[in-house]
Design a protein around this ligand. Structure first.
Ligand code: NAD
Ligand code: UGA
Length: 472
């Protein structure tokens, strides 16, 4: 196998950007071109001011600073970069379908198909094509069918190399990946050689025993399975948080008790207002869809329950706010601490905050949002998107009238009836909660959707405190 000196990645998003930046950082002899059809996104990746990169991730700007212009390039010249590359990563979005067959469940593979056809059209010499996006099991068959039927004698080797990074910790996850999964055709010399070429790239910084080789289908399915298992743990603990609230058991104590069992382990047992993010829901819906398509009704129903509990948790949190505020929030001011789907990211896709807000807006609450990284227009576009995609009893004009975004948390909470913590940003634990209390309308309520605050101290200051999985 020839040594890899040129890589192209199609898709400069949350995965393509950081992943390729780290490959370029760790492999200075490989030229890495990250391409995208979104011109603004590429311009932002090329911005002189590192604070304007399109993605906020701790440690990302340092990596980009080191490699950009040396061997890392962001470009809209997709054909040229495909042509020059020996190895092409496909890292485009694979959202849930919003139309036609499989609407609301299946993964929309149109972007995958479009760039596969582009690779087929442009390539003049042999290429290794790598599925980096999260895909339904057996998608490689579709990719192969398109690539193998272009009527040229170019050879394509298809690998599956799903990404397991989590946002907010992406750079650390890439530098110290638990494992890197490489699925390929283990039955032929060419297939094994293509896998080894990718192993060589990651072996620049990862120990070889963390580079797991499997067949393509196992690799594709393992990605969906990993996300399903992680989300299942959150829904399991969240389901039990509801029981804790009825029985005065404390969900954090229960999590600590069960997490100390080395067979269960402590991670992903933090109860919350519900998981968000672009992938858990989409990937489980996709898994459910695949199971149903294969006639596996019971398996599909089993995994669907993870989503049902997550929706229940978000709704339960919003309804609790309404109930505790004397059964109506109409005209009342609710301060939202946090909008991102988790801390240390500016990503708001599927954030629990927007579902809670939308529920409260249906009851005509006034929402005052503070988030350290999310831009105001993002908050409005999330809510408007939700109104358009689902039935909600509210118009865009009403959203703009009722929702306010602040750059100061104390201002957001001034004259509010309640504070709701939606994201677990560390800075929230450092606030002067006595000062915040002073500015509130009394009785002052706080709903801790992340269980990050000191509830005893808040109660001593006079707050009415409600938290996930804590009886009162
Ligand atoms: P994203 O929306 O941030 O980025 C995808 C990019 O692909 C966009 O910039 C889009 O313009 C571009 N694109 C789409 N079609 C294109 C085409 N034909 N040519 C060139 N560019 C094109 O998405 P993301 O969050 O980076 O996710 C990408 C994939 O990785 C998804 O399958 C997702 O499930 C998976 N994934 C995401 C994460 C995560 O943390 N976000 C983690 C692991 C896996
Ligand atoms: C998740 C997985 O962790 C990654 O391995 C995977 O690559 C990625 O999805 C993907 O495929 O996109 P991500 O969604 O970025 O990563 O972030 P997580 O840390 O998994 O958090 C997801 C959601 O679950 C967040 O809303 C978070 O607040 C919530 N969560 C997480 C909890 O409510 N409790 C927990 O204990 C952990």
């Amino acid at each position: 196998m020839t040594k890899i000196t040129n890589i192209c990645c199609i898709g400069a998003g949350y995965v393509g950007g950081p992943t390729m930046a780290v490959i370029a950082q760790k492999c200075p002899e490989i030229t890495v071109n990250v391409v995208d059809i979104n011109e603004q996104r590429i311009a932002d990746w090329n911005d002189e001011n590192m604070d304007n990169l399109p993605i906020y991730e701790p440690g990302l700007k340092e990596v980009v600073e080191e490699a950009r212009g040396r061997n890392l390039f962001f470009s809209t010249e997709i054909d040229k970069c495909i042509d020059e590359a020996q190895m092409i990563f496909i890292s485009v979005n694979t959202p849930t379908k919003t139309y036609g067959k499989g609407k609301g469940m299946a993964a929309d593979l149109k972007y995958i198909e479009l760039c596969t056809r582009q690779i087929a059209r442009v390539s003049k010499d042999d290429k290794i094509v790598i599925e980096k996006s999260t895909l339904p099991v057996r998608t490689a068959q579709v990719v192969r069918s398109i690539l193998d039927n272009i009527g040229s004698d170019v050879n394509f080797h298809i690998l599956s190399n799903p990404e397991f990074l989590a946002e907010g910790t992406a750079i650390d996850d890439l530098h110290n990946a638990d494992r890197m999964l490489i699925g390929g055709d283990t039955s032929t010399d060419e297939g094994r050689a293509a896998m080894e070429a990718l192993v060589d790239v990651y072996a620049h910084w990862l120990p070889k025993d963390r580079l797991l080789k499997t067949n393509v289908w196992s690799s594709e399915l393992s990605k969906l399975t990993a996300n399903a298992f992680l989300a299942q743990r959150i829904s399991s603990i969240n389901a039990l948080s509801a029981l804790c609230e009825k029985t005065e058991a404390d969900i954090d104590e229960v999590a600590r008790a069960i997490g100390s069992d080395s067979r269960i382990g402590p991670k992903f047992l933090k109860s919350s207002v519900g998981f968000g993010g672009s992938c858990f829901q989409k990937d489980i819906l996709n898994l459910v869809y695949i199971c149903r398509s294969q006639g596996l009704q019971e398996v599909a129903d089993y995994w669907e329950q993870v989503i049902i509990i997550n929706d229940y948790q978000k709704r339960r949190f919003a309804e609790n706010i309404i109930n505790k505020l004397y059964n109506t929030v109409s005209g009342k001011k609710i301060a939202f601490m946090g909008w991102a789907f988790k801390k240390d990211t500016n990503d708001t896709r599927e954030t629990a905050a927007m579902y809670v807000a939308s529920h409260l807006l249906d009851d005509r609450a006034e929402i005052h949002v503070y988030d350290p990284k999310v831009k105001p227009e993002q908050v409005y576009s999330d809510l408007i998107y939700l109104t358009e995609s689902q039935y909600h009893d509210i118009t865009e004009e009403q959203i703009r009238e009722l929702v306010h975004v602040h750059s100061d948390p104390y201002e957001a909470a001034n004259n509010a009836h309640a504070v709701a913590v939606l994201t677990e940003w560390d800075e929230f634990t450092t606030y002067d909660w006595k000062k915040l209390f002073k500015g509130m309308i009394k009785p002052a309520f706080i709903f801790d959707g992340r269980n990050i605050l000191d509830h005893t101290e808040l109660k001593n200051l006079g707050w009415n405190v409600y938290a996930i999985g804590k009886g009162n």
